[in-house]
Structure formats: structure tokens, C-alpha cells
Design a protein around this ligand. Sequence first.
Ligand code: SGN
Ligand code: CA
Length: 694
Amino acid sequence: MQKRVNLFCVLLVVSAFAGCVSNNQRTNETRPNIIFIMSDDHAYQAISCYGDSLNSTPNIDKLAKSGVRFNKSFCTNSICAPSRAVMLTGTYSHINGHVDNSTTFDGSQITFPKLLQKVGYQTAIVGKWHLKSEPTGFDYWNILPGQGHYYNPDFIDNGVKKQMHGYVTNITTDIALDWIEGRDKEKPFCLLLHHKAPHRNWMPSPEYLSKYDSVEFPIPETFFDEYITKGDAAKNQEMEINGDMMLAYDLKIPEIYGDDSNMVGYKGDMDSWLRIYNRLDTAQKELWNNAYQFKNQQLLDSQLSTEEFAKWKYQRYIQDYLSCIASVDDNIGRVIDYLEENNLLENTIIVYTSDQGFYLGEHGWFDKRFMYEQSLRMPLIISYPKKIKPSIDDINFVMNLDFAPTFLDYAGVEIPNRMQGSSLRSILQSDTVTSWRDAVYYRYYEYPGPHSVKRHYGIRTSRYKLIHFYYDVNYWELYDLENDPLEVNNIYESKESKELVVGLKIKLYKLQKEYLDTEEDSFLPAPNIEVDHNAIGCNVTLKYPYNEKYSGGNKNALTDGIRSADNGNHSYDYSVWQGFEGHNLEAIIDLNSVREITSISCGFLQNNTAWIFRPEKVSFYVSEDGKDYSLIEEVATKESASMTDAKRIETNVNIDPVKVRYVKVIAENIGACPDWHSGKGKKAWLFADEIIVN
Ligand code: SGN
Ligand code: CA
């Protein structure tokens, strides 16, 4: 609240000032430019100014030297698209609606670029966007589709897709600098320069392919963590360097499979890898092969134990990851140089951050999502030579929630009440800050989902962290960050923690109330639906097998009386769907005796982003003896409204009552992903949840 009062004073000053100067003067003298640089998944552990770092990032460090380095900067929901939505709107995920990566951003809501644009800022976003809907509030946008590619990436330039030649981090910077150069120099600007790097699958630029070949990085203390005091979420995640990284796609050792296409994971891994590798042109491939083939051969020639191989994987991961960061740092140097040469440095707020933290082998992990420190904490550096003193090291609890209010505050725009963060201006400009938050509230939703990190929420104070895991589990973890900075000793159950837990829960519930997030069951996948019908429990014979990965829970899932809910574009519970990869669903149901039936139906999933397509045609047959089948009807499924939203499609036939014992359903898989799809030519999936016979 204190902050709002301050802001009000600022606004009065700004508008009084505006009254006595011309618009141009006001623009140039009082309103700063903003360059908001963000990388994807850049861990603070990989920035040299953040202490005992693994690498050297001279340009990011230079920014820190000229401004403020935040040491306690946190995100509200440690995952890409949600964090970006928080930054744009200044609101928590449950307010802006973007709770997970599968959501489509509602671009009609208030964002800071829109408000800056309204008061005469030129606004642009270049690079990663990831919010699915088209950017709103930008005069210029040139974004990577989806996650983007490292080599020869496609860009969508104000709606038009074109492929660029080269390395993504350099190209993103080129486009950004071109835009700054070509802007209207009479107006202030706000540029969001958002890098894809160092996101998975960590592909270094040609000049850095061998950068860390001779460096052996220290293995994190918790690399072989067995999660002894932790609950099911930590034990069942799928983000372990040793167990979950793909050998070709992540670790760049496709040679390891030799001719053995029966090796576990071979197909999916090689598909993913080749799709990426084949973007390289001949010259790039040659550079790539020259760099990797020799080191890969060394690995193949050595006889590593399981533990040694795990350590090798860690080294390869960190080498590639840090090499990607070397390009990010170089390109930040280019931006600083440009601003310096063009006399823009003084009056430009430069922010460097990442969408969240990242694991670099701590607990044995890569990726993020958990509320544990490495993914909760984000790097954050802000420089603004005109107003901010150099070399400040700050320990206030700041959040990605605060970015929007901060930009608006500096631009002299009123901060909308809807925004839940606070302007960092008082922290940035004064030495002692009174009345600032002393705890952060966190909530993560994307489960079921990639990497299988269970839903949780919690509170972090300066000393403690209390986390509640919910949905399909119900338990708490508590860490004493002072005595246990590695978060390996969950003390929730200990007797001595009792009083502490009570106090922390009160604080947590208070924050939930303040942020309007008091419902635990919000944004859950809709529960599955129980249907009563005549084929429940009946034996199903499949002509082509379902893929074991998506069995629907059991082999008779198609007649178990459970189907998925129709939950629009929101996350589906994949556990009820039976998946058929690259071929048809052809099922015969034996009703055990001759019965009168009047309808047959079947539910299918369309989720194109997950390579799951509706069948174009579904044919329903019946038979009395299981030998002669008569076709009842062929049903063509209709295209659903949007290709990006997931949708359940029910196909149904009504029949004049007939007496039959066998029912046959043939649903035609489209076979291969269509030309417009990223999986073009690769096997398409067909998902069915229940064949309902009445
Ligand atoms: C992809 C990655 C995951 C990553 C998510 C979310 N797999 O699915 O490792 O967690 O994106 O990342 S990959 O095989 O496609 O690389 S995020 O940055 O968008 O949140
Ligand atoms: Ca079912």
C-alpha cells in the first residue's frame, strides 16, 4: 500500500511538470526508454556476477556494475508462458488465466506494453513469445513460433512467417537493433528482447561448439539426491539428467544407438533429434559434426560405469548449456555497445532476467517447475544510469509480478488496481526501503504435464519455505533455508517444527487471501466422467495394439465406463485415453450374448500440438456371429474450430433396434502429421476414450 501512496505523489509531480513544458521536451527529458531483455531458462548459477558461477558473463556483469543486482528475485509460477503472462499483466496466473503452457493467452486484458503504447511509447517484442495468441499492445512484433529453433529459425514478422538463416540469439539481436535504429527518435520506446536460449535442447552457436570441451565442471552436491525426506512429487518427477534426458536430442550422441533401433526410446529420440538437426545447412552440419563426432567417439570407446556415464551426461549438459549462454552474453554486449554509441545508455532502463530459474544438476535435475530454490529464484539486473546508482546489491524480495508496475511507474503511467505487484522504484532509487514484502507466494499448476511435477503452492520467507503438494497427493514439506540451503532435509514432520508450521500456514493463507487465490481446486483438469452402458467390462479385441504409453489405464479401457470430460482447451487427463500411434483404431467388442442395441458412440481427442488428430472417418459395424459384419454408418468428424486448442469429439450413430453380439468400430488415423504441422510426415496419434454401446 505504501507503494501506491508514493506513486500518487509521482503522478502529481509528473503531470504538474507536463503542464509547463512541450510534449517533445517531456518525452525526451522525463520518460526513459525500456529494454527488457529476457532469456529462456537462464539460471542465476550461470551468471558470473551472482557469485561462484560456472562461467563468465562479462556483459551481464557490466550491466550489474552499472545498476542493481537483485539477489532475492522470485517467480510466482516457475514455467515459461505463465511467467511471461505474469510479467505482461502484473498479476498472478489465477488472475490472468495463464496457469500453464497449454493455455492460450487472453490478449484482451491489460498489459504494460498496451498502457505504454497509449501514452506514446513505441513498443516492440522480438524473439520468444510462447503465448499462442498474437501479441497485442505492440507496434512491432517479430516472434519465434512456439519454442523457436536455434538454427535457421522461423520468425513471424507482424503475422508473416519467414525463415531466417543463422543462429537464433544473433538473429534476435539483429532484428531488435534494426528496430531501435529505425524507430521514431522523437518518442520513447519499450523493447522486449526475448531470447530462446538457453532453452532445451541447448544447441550452441557454430563458434562455441567446442567452447568448454576441456573444462570439467564440479558435480553439484545433490546430484545423486535420493529425495529421502521429500514426498512423491520429487520422487516421481521426470526431469533427471541421468534418467530422463534423451541421448540424441538432449545429449547430442545419436551415434550411441548404433544400428539398434530396438533400444528403449530410440524412435522418439531420433525423431526429435533429426527434426532439429536437419534444420542445419550443409556447412553448419559439417561444423557440428566436426565438433561432436570426435568427442562422441571417445565416449563410445570408453567403458563407463552407470555412475560415470551419469557424470558424463552432466558435463555434456552443462557444456552445451553454458555455450548457449556465451552467445546470449555476447549479444547483450552488442546491445550495450549500440546504446552507448548512440547516446542512449543514460536514459534507458535495461532489465536482464530469465522467465524463471533452472536446475543445473541440483537434485540430479534439469528443467524447473518446483518451488525449490534453483527454479523459484530468477536472475534480475536493472540498470538505469540516469536514476539508479551503480553496483547495488539488493536483498529485498522482488518478483516477476513487479516488472509491469515498475515500467509503468517510470513512464509516469498510473498502475491499474488489478496489478498485484509493486513498483521497484523505491528499491532502485533509495538506500533504505521501508515496508516491503517479507514473503513470496508461489503456485504451480501444470500437472499432469511434461516432466510430471505435481501441483503445489507455498510460501518462502527469508528463512523458511513451506510447500503443499495437492491434487493427486496431499502433503507438506518444510525447509530451513539457513541450516539447509540445499533443501534436502524436509522438517515438516519434526516435533520442533509444529509451532513454526502454524505460523507459516497463517502467513500463507493471509497471502492467498490478499492475492485472491483461496481455492485449492481451481484450474484442475475436469474430472473424468463415469458412463453406464451395455458394453462395460466386455472384452475388446484390437487389430492393431495401442501404445503402452497411453493405455487408458488398462487393456479394457475402451469399455471400462470411464471417459474424459469435455474440458475445452484446458489440460486433459491423459490417463483415460488409449493412444494409437500411426495406425487405425480397429476394435471388436464381444457383448457376451446376443442383445438388442440402439446406439454406438466413441470419443476421440484432437490435440494437434501433441500430435493427436481426430479420425477423419469412423465406421460402425455390427454382427450376430462375429463373422459377417454389416456396416451401419460411416461418420465423418468435423474439423474443430481451432487447430491449436485441444478438444474431445464424440461420434455417434443411432440404430433401429437390432439384435447383435459383436460391435466393430474402425476409426481412421490420418497416418502422418500434415504438411502445416511441426511433425510433418511423422506418425500421427489417434486417441480414444470409450466405446459406448446402448
Ligand atoms: C518443452 C521441453 C520441456 C520443457 C517445456 C516447457 N521439451 O516441452 O523440457 O519443460 O518445453 O518449457 S522439448 O523436448 O520440447 O525440448 S518452457 O520453457 O516452454 O516452459
Ligand atoms: Ca474408458
